[in-house]
Design a protein around this ligand. Structure first.
Ligand code: ADP
Ligand code: ZN
Length: 529
């Protein structure tokens, strides 16, 4: 039965059990909630999936009045409100997508004290009219979600967020909570000063997931690699395999199925009914493997996912972290396995070049990709690298591929020079550009029809790289792309030199490459010392 308009819960625990059906709070949730219920401010840095929403939803169910939630995610407001309404919370939103009749109704509900939560777009809250309107009702708290949007130096800056600093002056007695999943020190400081949260208590959750073993392997025959990974390490386990395209999703699911694996495809192009059935099989049956685009996983809370595999390179470290974070929520050992290769780099650079939007948008995407590539190519601990990205320092974990099998570095200056000079010669002498495949054929002296057609057999660099295998060469090209010594251009992913390449060609810079480990990982993680 719907609760009466003024009815609130006596304790946070009661709201947790009755409304959300959960047994206990996670991490810092209880303490954060107590802080707000007592009328004090909080700043919360917690990874995605950590459970930030309850930190303001529950205090709003306990304190008198309405919790005002500022969120830039207007597209998600309807979903959030629907989900809350479904469990009996009186929630509404105000944004520019509504007609005036709906808006009037929501405003009346608020003034009558009939709302537990009211989601408001930041541009609304920065208007004087909205503030005067809010003053006429009772406010339980202000929650500023995605608080990093206040940072002028961050990638998500929203000018409207700056106006939120005024909340402190206007409503000094209303507790405020700022939440974000961005953990860098600089952002944290900016949130605190810009939102006037100097007296707030700060809660910084660790972004580490110690039970997840990170592993990044060089891609060659990715489906076979995946199959062998699943068969040898995860027979009968539940897992998620991520791919970028729907086609790859379907082909991979089919391949696994014909090889006796209980795999199902999932992507946005499938019928809603099929998707719902797939999702519920994954949640209810044992050992189901979902092959999916990133459309899968949001809001899915299955504790015993034993592995997350990526067969295409994720576009950002944030995405990688979020997707791998779906493994091992129960705390038992889990694997994050990623196969990545030259083609991933070429393809993603091309997608960025062709993406709509202005130069600064493309630069942002490019920066995200570079950080992801740095994680892939690191010779140091993956976890240290990952946590550093989120602004947290840690020591080598002893439980990732680079810790267990330290990659050896080798001096790749000579092969790099051979490749670069081949590219330069083709351009200068013949005004030609090629992709990695043909360049490697030239270096290895492989007599293909194309090589004959263009008489590339007469090039001075023909066959000078026969000492490396095709696979090794692809590793060289991939790492040079990652290090910014090569770039791709145009639709076909032809390789061109960057400014940095000049210093390699003239011998003033060496190129350090990592050896692709061909030894299998030790199964038992080494103990931390
Ligand atoms: P965030 O906003 O930090 O990304 P959410 O608030 O969406 O995270 O929570 C992530 C998931 O964890 C949701 O499915 C939520 O229902 C669940 N969750 C949060 N707190 C608890 C809890 N105390 N017990 C069980 N599940 C929880
Ligand atoms: Zn490590």
């Amino acid at each position: 039965p719907p609760r009466a308009a003024t009815e609130k819960f006596t304790t946070p625990a009661e709201a947790l059990h009755t409304v959300f059906g959960f047994d206990s709070f996670r991490g810092d949730q209880a303490e954060i909630i107590d802080q707000l219920v007592a009328g004090n401010d909080a700043v919360v840095l917690m990874p995605t999936g950590g459970g930030k929403s309850l930190c303001y939803q529950i205090p709003a169910l306990v304190r008198p009045g309405t919790g005002i939630v500022v969120s830039p995610l207007i597209a998600l407001m309807q979903d959030q409100v629907d989900a809350l309404t479904a469990v009996g919370v009186r929630a509404e939103f105000l944004n520019s997508s509504q007609d005036s009749a709906t808006r009037n109704q929501v405003e009346r509900d608020y003034l009558n004290g009939d709302l537990d939560l009211l989601y408001v777009a930041p541009e609304r809250l920065s208007s004087e009219a909205t503030k005067r309107f809010l003053e006429r009702g009772t406010i339980a708290l202000f929650a500023i979600d995605e608080a990093h949007c206040v940072s002028q130096w961050g990638h998500d800056f929203r000018p409207d967020y700056l106006a939120l600093s005024e909340l402190a002056d206007r409503w000094p007695d209303v507790p405020r909570i700022a939440l974000t999943a961005t953990a860098t020190d600089a952002t944290h400081k900016e949130i605190t000063t810009r939102l006037q949260l100097g007296d707030a208590k700060h809660f910084v959750a660790s972004f580490d997931r110690p039970n997840i073993q990170y592993r990044i392997v060089a891609k060659n025959e990715v489906r076979k690699q995946l199959l062998s990974f699943i068969k040898t390490e995860h027979a009968g386990d539940a897992g998620i395999v991520y791919a970028l395209s729907r086609k790859t999703v379907e082909q991979t699911a089919e391949f696994l199925k014909t090889n006796g694996i209980n795999a199902l495809p999932y992507h946005a192009g499938l019928d809603a009914g099929v998707r719902a059935r797939t999702q519920s099989r994954f949640l209810r049956e044992d050992g189901v493997i979902i092959v999916a685009t990133i459309a899968f996983g949001m809001g899915i809370d299955k504790p015993d996912v034993r592995f997350v595999a990526h067969i295409d390179l994720p576009k950002s470290v944030e995405g990688y972290y979020q997707e791998t974070g779906r493994a091992g929520r129960d705390g038992a050992p889990a694997n994050a396995w990623l196969a990545y290769g030259l083609q991933d780099v070429v393809q993603q650079r091309r997608m960025i070049d062709q993406s709509p939007g202005d130069l600064s948008h493309r630069r942002t995407l490019s920066g995200h990709l570079d950080a992801m590539l740095a994680l892939c190519e690191t010779v140091d601990c993956r976890r240290v690298n990952l946590l550093r990205y989120f602004g947290q320092t840690s020591t080598p974990c002893g439980n990732c591929d680079t810790c267990l099998n330290p990659p050896e570095a080798w001096d790749g200056t000579i092969p790099a020079q051979k490749l670069l000079s081949t590219i330069v010669r083709l351009l200068r002498e013949r005004n030609q550009k090629f992709g990695a495949g043909h360049l490697i054929d030239i270096l290895r002296g492989k007599e293909t029809p194309r090589a004959t057609q263009y008489s590339h057999t007469e090039l001075k660099t023909w066959g000078i790289g026969a000492d490396l295998s095709d696979q090794q060469w692809r590793g060289v090209v991939r790492q040079m792309l990652a290090q910014g010594l090569l770039a791709t251009s145009g639709e076909y992913g032809t390789l061109i030199l960057t400014d940095a390449a000049a210093s390699v060609l003239d011998g003033s810079r060496t190129v350090q490459l990592r050896t692709e480990p061909d030894r299998p990982l030790r199964r038992t993680p080494a103990a931390k010392s």
